[in-house]
Design a protein around this ligand. Structure first.
Ligand code: CP
Ligand code: NVA
Length: 330
């Protein structure tokens, strides 16, 4: 059934019902079909959006830019450090100024409270392009990618390996609970999602006939898993000083051949990216020099394997972000 999300913000998946998420996924599929068949879809011609980034990005920024242009909109990008926000102008004032000029605002940065405050004052839809706590646009791309692979979502077994309490781990727990996917966070106790969020998700999961499990045992957690997902061990905004502790804590939770072989037949590997799976990055080289690790959260073998769906996932960022903008601005 068509949903009316016009004028809504997109700040976290907790704000959306299962049916609304389903609607956004179906809309994404239709917009992907239009893009892949070169069918024009400039449905938001004449509108303008602004992308406010306080942290760096490749996928999210490019997805908003390309999706915005495909929909016929003008796009302004403000890079980390080039707006007045926070330094000379409050979040509230920034929101009120941008809301007078633009039809929609994307924000990537630090506390979730910042994007919530922008949304409270902007008067136009605000979209969360990643905060310390949540990464909701990533979730739609991940759900779409899973559904493209298996044909359905409900009843699948999903395992997040490693730093399960980060923005991506938190958001995946919510996404799975909303869509009836059994979610397991597999990692050390110290890196688990916030206890309050776990309780909220357990309630949502119960309503949707699925489970939330926390496990420190890789063999047990990954057995019968359909999706194995991981993310980097130190997220943007965290200090470099935490690398050593994270490497010690999270190395046992690396996604490698043994993990994938222990999972269900036909299991897929997913990662939001960017990923440290080789020595072709400056941080990767630096970690190798300091700690002797050639690959971190995932081995290069798994990353490059047929089970790896990471580039489909990256492409789907664009189609799903387009759906969010179209649904909220039309
Ligand atoms: N996955 C993701 O959000 O990537 P970027 O940091 O490149 O935007
Ligand atoms: N957890 C990562 C996700 C990057 C897309 C970070 O916040 O850096």
């Amino acid at each position: 059934m068509p949903k009316n999300l016009s004028g809504r913000n997109f700040l976290k998946l907790l704000d959306f019902t299962t049916e609304e998420i389903r609607y956004l996924l179906d809309l994404s599929k239709e917009l992907k079909r239009l893009k892949l068949t070169n069918t024009p879809h400039r449905y938001l011609e004449g509108k303008n959006i602004v992308l406010l980034f306080e942290k760096t990005s490749t996928r999210t920024r490019c997805s908003f830019e390309v999706a915005g242009r495909d929909l016929g909109m003008g796009v302004t990008y403000l890079d980390p450090g080039s707006s007045q926000m926070g330094k000379k102008e409050s979040i509230e004032d920034t929101a009120r100024v941008l809301g007078r000029m633009y039809d929609g605002i994307e924000y990537r940065g630090f506390d979730q409270s910042i994007v919530e405050e922008l949304a409270a004052y902007a008067g136009v839809p605000v979209w969360n392009g990643l905060t310390n706590e949540f990464h909701p646009t990533q979730m739609l791309a991940d759900l779409l990618t899973i559904e493209e692979n298996f044909g359905y979502l409900k009843g699948l077994n999903f395992v997040f390996m490693g730093d399960a309490g980060n923005n991506v781990g938190n958001s995946l727990m919510v996404a799975c609970a909303k869509m009836g996917i059994n979610f397991t966070a597999c990692g050390p106790k110290k890196q688990m999602p916030d206890a309050e969020l776990i309780e909220v998700c357990k309630k949502i999961a119960a309503e949707n006939g699925c489970t939330i499990t926390l496990s420190e045992d890789v063999k047990e957690a990954t057995k019968d898993a359909h999706v194995i997902y991981t993310d980097i061990w130190v997220s943007m905004g965290e200090p470099d000083s935490v690398w050593e502790e994270r490497i010690n804590l999270l190395s046992p939770y690396q996604v490698n051949k043994e993990v994938m072989e222990n999972a269900a037949e036909g299991a897929i590997f997913m990662h939001c990216l960017p990923s440290f799976h080789d020595l072709k990055t400056t941080i990767g080289k630096d970690i190798y020099d300091k700690f002797g690790l050639k690959e971190m959260e995932v081995t290069d073998e798994v990353f490059e394997s047929r089970a790896s769906k990471v580039f489909d996932e990256a492409e789907n960022r664009m189609h799903t972000i387009k759906a969010v903008m179209y649904a909220t601005l039309k």
